[in-house]
Design a protein around this ligand. Structure first.
Ligand SMILES: [Zn+2]
Ligand SMILES: [Zn+2]
Length: 486
């Protein structure tokens, strides 16, 4: 019943026809894009390539198409659209919004957690199709030492990087999830960690594309790593955009998620963290300008999910253990189990050791119903697994539990069924929960400026593929036409 992991050979992608035209104008107009005053600007709308195309009706597309896809983990759309009311200073992001295409919100994946969402962002398919079901692979005996779905071969479908590689394009990735061992990424700093200390530098040196770690360390002193911050991730991305001029760059900023887990969304620390990330976004735009690639680059800024404030925790596995569904050994480790969970913050899948055992299913269902009663209001809904599978998540689960907003589902095997915790934040609730909406902004080459309604996360990869001029034929989503100019 453990989900299979298939590595599919990447499909050959095709390069879209390119127009033969001269150098395009900078989407920024004049000025230095990295500075707060002259970063992406919509002051002169005619300075955008899309506007030029609209005015003249003639093909003004640069011959080369490049995309920088930036993910800001846990960025709720309100951060972008209510910046004044919230007192945020995010000039670079605001100028991307003002001069680009931006969605009111983006409906995410089941569950709304980082690894499934990031894989959907680069494949255009739901988690049950791409195979990254949660942050952690199902680990019923908790033997995997908190390991995550780090490894790219677990992705079952073509990715943007495999499509780009197949089309002869070059790809850089800084910290994008599920990229360890992705041979189609030419320059790769994958997200991975072990101790979250300086000892992890040796690991990053081994996992990154040979030679890159030394180069980044020479230029900036330190490597990107889990225990360092988004500035170090920005360093590596800046270097790659400037020196390698990748056709596709994937850049993942994690700090806003970390802070929001600790404080909840919209805290003073969250605003300060986003302001720092805004500076990193400005650096990336400036790096493209310095590389001379800005006019042919589409910047897409997304997030993977929203965020909710939390104050209580529910422990389904502990509840199962107390009712005989999980047995511990004398060292308090799981020895055997009949029912288990795949936790994902605001939701979890419930898995049976023998899913076809009708008697077991009936017995566990009664216990799940008891949990709903005993969880202090923390379980909002129990879904049939098949119902959620049809929406693309929690493959193989017999049921899926949705926590009440404000509650986190813990994977702990011991402890109270529910208890109050210090206030913090989480995500992972179903994508239908409003606070789980993610962000989508596109700006630059071939972007049709304007406001979009609510878009879908499965539509991001097909849009990026279009901007890049490659094909992603297995995508379940479609390109967001309202954001795309010729
Ligand atoms: Zn995330
Ligand atoms: Zn998170």
């Amino acid at each position: 019943m453990r989900p299979r992991s298939l590595l599919l050979a990447c499909l050959a992608a095709v390069v879209a026809p390119v127009s033969a035209c001269g150098a395009a104008k900078s989407p920024l107009g004049s000025g230095s894009p990295g500075s707060a005053t002259a970063a992406p600007s919509n002051a002169n709308a005619s300075a955008t390539p899309s506007a030029n195309a609209g005015v003249t009706g003639a093909p003004t597309s640069p011959a080369r198409r490049r995309v920088v896809l930036v993910s800001i983990d846990g960025l709720r759309p309100e951060y972008l659209f209510e910046a004044d009311a919230r007192g945020e200073k995010i000039p670079n992001l605001r100028k991307l919004v003002a001069g680009g295409a931006s969605a009111e919100g983006m409906d995410g994946t089941w569950p709304t957690v980082t690894y499934p969402a990031h894989t959907t962002l680069v494949t255009g398919v739901a988690p049950n199709t791409h195979g990254i079901l949660a942050n952690h692979p199902f680990d019923p005996k908790l033997v995997n030492d908190d390991g995550w779905y780090w490894y790219a071969p677990a992705i079952r479908v073509p990715t943007l990087w495999s499509a780009a590689h197949g089309a002869g394009l070059h790809v850089a990735s800084v910290y994008w999830p599920v990229t360890v061992g992705a041979p189609e990424i030419d320059w790769n700093f994958p997200q991975f960690w072990r101790t979250k200390t300086d000892f992890d530098d040796a690991l990053m040196r081994a996992l990154a594309t040979p030679g890159l770690a030394d180069e980044v360390e020479r230029a900036y002193g330190v490597l990107p790593a889990e225990h360092r911050g988004d500035h170090e991730r920005g360093n590596a991305a800046e270097l790659l955009i400037k020196t390698r001029k990748p056709d596709l760059s994937l850049v993942y900023f994690t700090d806003l998620d970390t802070v929001q887990h600790a404080t909840g969304p919209f805290s003073r620390l969250a605003y300060a963290t986003l302001e720092a990330i805004d500076g990193e976004v400005g650096r990336l735009v400036k790096a493209a300008a310095d590389a001379g690639t800005l006019a042919e680059t589409t910047f897409v800024v997304v997030s993977d999910h929203g965020f909710a404030t939390t104050h209580e925790v529910v422990r389904p596995l502990s509840y199962f253990r107390a009712r005989g569904l999980v047995q511990l050994d004398d060292r308090r480790r799981i020895r055997s189990w009949e029912a288990n969970i795949l936790p994902a913050g605001g939701s979890c899948g419930v898995y049976l050791a023998r899913p076809d055992d009708a008697a077991l299913k009936k017995r566990v269902r009664a216990i799940v119903d008891g949990l709903v009663v005993d969880a202090g209001g923390g379980i909002a809904k129990v879904y049939e697994g098949a119902e959620v599978a049809a929406k693309g998540g929690f493959e193989g689960a017999t049921w899926v539990l949705e926590a009440t907003e404000g509650f986190t589902i813990s994977g702990a095997v011991e402890g109270d069924t529910h208890s109050i915790t210090r206030e913090g934040g989480t995500h992972g609730y179903p994508p239908t929960v409003r606070s789980m909406r993610a962000s989508f902004v596109a700006w630059g080459a071939h972007v049709r400026a304007g406001k979009l309604g609510v878009v879908r996360m499965i539509d991001v990869a097909p849009s990026v593929a279009r901007w890049l001029g490659v094909a992603l034929p297995k995508a379940e989503g479609v390109a967001i036409e309202g954001a795309i100019a010729p």
